[in-house]
Design a protein around this ligand. Structure first.
Ligand SMILES: [Zn+2]
Length: 291
């Protein structure tokens, strides 16, 4: 069984929060690592309500600098400082260096741990290790905005019987996993590939093929769904169109979020999209999804 990827929807509202829907924030937990996407007002309290510790977050990805997506950042950083955090905190986003500097300037605190800040550029890999990578995708909003793709690395399972046929030693096996070839034997000849899982988060955007092309075949697509049906809006998406595109691009699971406060129930949104794309979840605050 692969290591579970947990998604916790901390806030599923849009610019104006409601009693039921907090400002946007999604926590992804993978192999003990806490990765936060967006950090609207009240995010640290939502994390506590989910029974988790905000101190465990090591990476924060901000889609764009509208207050509903970043206003929880400063209080979260201050809590980390007050709780004696020493390890670095990574923050990514469009023009993030400038915005994080300005944010820190707003406070009297000097922070007792390093902030490592990186700016987004089109399709740039922002972070990569042996297990996964995260890169950004430029989307269509009324300010510079990026979606993010979390891509687990593909995994090769070596068939020991086949490896023996080629007389490969333990050292050879290590090398072939790293380089893809050893003594003219290719990795494909002795191993089977398991495709890594892919999770894409749109942030705020008008539906755009740039994002859907990256999201093609994704295990999960989390998408802006400010409106059910308002095709005239240039800055946000509508659930019906997103569901049609999810079908076209073979998305395995669509999770809609970032709803206008005009929608009072999940049912009215689900009723509109389920006939188009059955495997849709209408997110609600503190909902957990395990992949
Ligand atoms: Zn927003």
């Amino acid at each position: 069984m692969p290591e579970p990827i947990k998604l916790i929807f901390l806030g599923t509202g849009s610019s104006v929060p409601t009693i039921k829907r907090n400002h946007p924030a999604i926590l992804l937990i993978y192999k003990g690592e806490y990765i936060l996407f967006d950090c609207g007002e009240g995010t640290q309290l939502q994390i506590q309500k989910a029974g988790l510790s905000p101190l465990k977050i090591n990476k924060i990805f901000i889609t764009h600098w509208h207050a509903d997506h970043f206003s929880g950042l400063l209080p979260l950083i201050e809590t980390m400082h007050l709780e004696n955090r020493k390890k670095p905190l990574e923050i990514y986003g469009p023009d993030a260096t400038r915005f994080v500097d300005s944010l820190i300037e707003l406070s009297y605190w000097s922070i007792g741990f390093p902030l490592k800040v990186k700016d987004c550029k089109d399709n740039k890999i922002l972070f990569s290790n042996n297990d996964y990578e995260i890169f950004c995708i430029k989307v269509k909003h009324n300010v510079p905005a990026y979606g993010y793709c979390f891509k687990e690395k593909d995994h090769w399972n070596i068939d020991i019987k086949k490896a023996h046929k080629f007389n490969l030693s333990q050292k050879d096996l290590k090398e072939i996993k790293n380089k893809g070839i050893v003594r003219n034997v290719k990795l494909q000849q002795i191993a089977k590939k398991t495709e890594g899982r892919k999770i894409v988060y749109s942030g705020d955007t008008k539906e755009t093929s740039a994002l859907f092309k990256v999201a093609r075949n994704a295990d999960v697509l989390i998408h802006d769904s400010t409106f059910i049906d308002n095709a005239g809006n240039k800055d946000h998406s509508c659930a019906i169109r997103v569901a049609q595109l999810a079908k076209k691009y073979n998305i395995k699971k669509l999770i809609l979020t970032h709803f206008s406060k005009r929608y009072k129930t999940n049912k009215e949104i689900a009723d509109a999209v389920k006939p188009i794309f059955k495997n849709t979840i209408v997110a609600k605050d503190l909902m957990k999804v395990i992949i």
